[in-house]
Design a protein around this ligand. Structure first.
Ligand SMILES: Nc1ncnc2c1ncn2[C@@H]1O[C@H](COP(=O)(O)OP(=O)(O)OP(=O)(O)O)[C@@H](O)[C@H]1O
Length: 235
């Protein structure tokens, strides 16, 4: 059994169904990427997994426990944490306050374990989070999610709006986080970056998974190369 199993997930907003039966398996220590253009339902999927959006039917199982439609705080306590799209950091609070808040009951105790991955944040602990650069804010968002020692980390478009150098840094960081034993489900429009670090990937279109397989295979699949990699096979 995979660490995170999603089966036939349907999510609706009012009368409109947004996700039409999504299946995902995320194994222990794996990185799985969900790729897709704007509006295909990537953020809706992340929010449903985190208990923010209600699941109409289907199941989400984490380490053998059914977490479908559980309250978000319960899902976090079970070990699934999200770095949301748009970062959602507390702009007027300091970097330290953002991290300690993210740590919940573990508070300060986790700082020494999380900060070595983010040396730049260590230098900016007293600075208002809103005054960080875009890349630093994204790091803070990811670091805050790690403060709860998740088994599964959900990353919603972590590379969005960042310069190429920072995009590489963020994907390198994703690989490092996995090395620490965290399993990662990442949704991305940046297929090249995501396929570089992922073990397996799936392509979403119109609320469905239309293609799935090992990341290396998808990176050389002509349909992916044409639609998502600008006509060049990922290097
Ligand atoms: N709260 C909501 N109420 C109504 N419709 C919604 C809501 N949230 C999402 N949707 C709709 O669901 C569809 C999928 O949106 P979603 O944000 O999940 O896509 P996405 O793949 O994450 O796109 P992007 O990359 O632009 O963030 C869109 O048509 C969107 O308008």
């Amino acid at each position: 059994m995979a660490l995170l199993e999603v089966r036939d997930l349907h999510v609706s907003m009012g009368v409109q169904e947004i996700l039409h039966g999504i299946d995902i398996d995320l194994g222990e220590g794996e990185i799985v990427a969900m790729l897709g253009a704007n509006g295909v339902g990537k953020t809706t999927l992340m929010r449903a997994l985190s208990g923010i959006y209600r699941v109409r039917s289907g199941t989400i199982t984490l380490a053998g426990e059914d977490i479908t439609n559980a309250p978000s705080h319960t899902i976090v306590a079970r070990g699934l944490c999200q770095a949301p799209e748009g970062r959602q950091i507390f702009a007027t609070m300091s970097v330290r306050e953002n991290l300690v808040l993210g740590g919940g009951p573990q508070g300060l105790a986790r700082l020494d374990e999380v900060l070595p991955l983010f040396p730049i944040l260590g230098e900016r602990m007293g600075q208002a989070a809103g005054s960080l650069s875009g890349g630093e804010q994204q790091m803070l968002c990811i670091a805050r999610a790690l403060m709860r020692s998740p088994r599964v980390l959900l990353l919603d478009e972590p590379s969005l709006g960042l310069a190429p150098k920072l995009v590489k840094l963020i994907f390198d960081l994703v690989a490092q986080i996995r090395q620490q034993g965290v399993s990662i489900l990442i949704v991305e429009q940046n297929a090249r970056g995501a396929l570089r670090v992922a073990d397996r990937a799936a392509v979403m279109e119109g609320g469905c998974v239309v293609l799935a397989g090992p990341a290396a295979e998808l990176a050389s699949d002509p349909r992916i190369v044409e639609a998502y990699l600008g006509g060049h096979v990922a290097g």
